[in-house]
Design a protein. Structure first.
Length: 173
């Protein structure tokens, strides 16, 4: 439950803290910011996020970002994060899997030619469901909790998809 830039930061800072990285990318427009009170996420329409109460001006920034952002730019930044962290893991000989929490690639013809340069660099062998299957499809019809997040049954379905890919890659032995 965080921004994609936070996930990138965490992976780089803690690359030697785990044996395998499994990244479930968030919505392409969800990014991390920071101020003197710590880190928080910006997400267009994310006015209900609890961290806005920690600093009065955060609401102003979230509101401004929600009204004045460019989805195409944010989507390309998201793709850059995927390519960069994928290459970072490969350079550090760290096994990784990626998956998508939302339908990031299914909106507004995002796989069109203007993004081909980045899309072609993504190694689908290590991206579960690439490019169209996401946790949304895998957990459709599962019980939901607070904020529409899936519960135990949904977590089991996502875990099964990850497990299947780990088996395909022969990483379970």
């Amino acid at each position: 439950g965080s921004g994609n830039t936070r996930m990138v930061r965490h992976c780089v800072e803690h690359v030697n803290s785990y044996d395998i990285a499994i990244i479930a990318w968030s919505h392409f427009a969800r990014i991390e910011m920071a101020d003197e009170n710590g880190f928080y996420d910006l997400w267009p329409g994310g006015g209900t996020l609890p961290h806005k109460a920690y600093s009065q001006w955060r609401w102003e920034i979230i509101d401004y970002f929600s009204r004045h952002h460019n989805d195409d730019y944010l989507y390309r930044q998201y793709l850059l994060n995927i390519v960069l962290i994928q290459n970072f893991f490969k350079a550090n000989n760290k096994p990784y899997l990626m998956l998508d929490s939302f339908g990031n690639h299914q909106v507004n013809n995002r796989t069109a030619s203007e993004n081909k340069d980045l899309l072609d660099q993504i190694d689908g062998r290590f991206y579960v469901g690439w490019p169209v299957d996401t946790m949304m499809e895998w957990t459709y019809g599962c019980k939901q909790g607070v904020g529409g997040h899936f519960l135990d049954d949904g977590h089991g379905k996502v875990a099964e998809k990850i497990y299947q890919r780990l088996e395909q890659l022969n990483w379970l032995s």
